[in-house]
Design a protein around this ligand. Sequence first.
Ligand code: B1M
Length: 210
Amino acid sequence: MAKYQELADTVFRGDAAKCRELSLKLVDGGAGPIEILNEGLYVGMAFVGDKFKSGEMFIPEVLRAANAMHESMDVLRPLLTETEEISKGTVVFGTVQGDLHDIGKNLVCMMLEGGGFNVVDIGVDIPAEKFVEEVKKNKAKVLGISTLLTMTMPSIDDVVKAVRADNVAKDVKIMIGGAPVTRQYADLIGVDGYAPDATGAVDVTNELCK
Ligand code: B1M
């Protein structure tokens, strides 16, 4: 809707102060928080995703856009009532034990938030039991497991086995990714999804949550 286009453009440009200002203006004008999210913020972030995918936008710009979106989210959050379902589902996301890389993980988490998911980022160097515990605690629909090191790739399989062995956590959909991870590896260890990059991760998560 035209009314929300300026906000979507502002997210795209990564102007956090303007995002806050426009969100407050839309709220004052009677717009609902869900509409603002769906028609403004998510539209802007989807555009960011497209441009990142096509190589027209780079990591720092994506992070700036995500930051701008968060500024608007701070305005909207108090207005959302408990009954309003703003998220498409909860994604628990972490990097396996032994791996401290977090730039890619953070980027994927931000894009997932921009795609309308509630993301619980459990951090880096996470042991398998902690993944299981967080899936259960957060009633996650999807579990994202990341690693950048070839050496720690087997830890992905350890997490998958621990999750599948748990009576409560076992049905969560599992997506994996990170530079050394391949679709073949995902097929080999029997997970539900694999994505090579942040925008791919949003597409796969949407599929897994259908
Ligand atoms: Co390290 N490192 N690093 N490192 N590091 C790599 C990964 C490496 C390829 C460099 C190299 O040798 N050419 C190499 C790994 C080789 C391998 O095993 N295949 C390596 C190594 C060896 C190491 C150390 C072992 C070095 C040492 O100490 N001898 C050490 C390990 C520490 C540890 O983790 N225990 C180490 C340390 C570090 C720093 C701390 C210095 C720093 C990390 C800082 C940080 O993250 N806060 C660092 C960095 C920066 C890199 C490189 C240069 C950049 C990684 C990065 O942030 N990329 C990297 C070389 C490179 O990639 N050019 C390298 C940008 C980021 C946006 O991309 O993380 O790939 P990426 O994420 C992408 C996709 O992979 C995907 O989407 C993201 C966005 O598009 N994705 C997912 C990621 N997770 C996903 C999950 C999904 C779906 C998609 O679903 C769940």
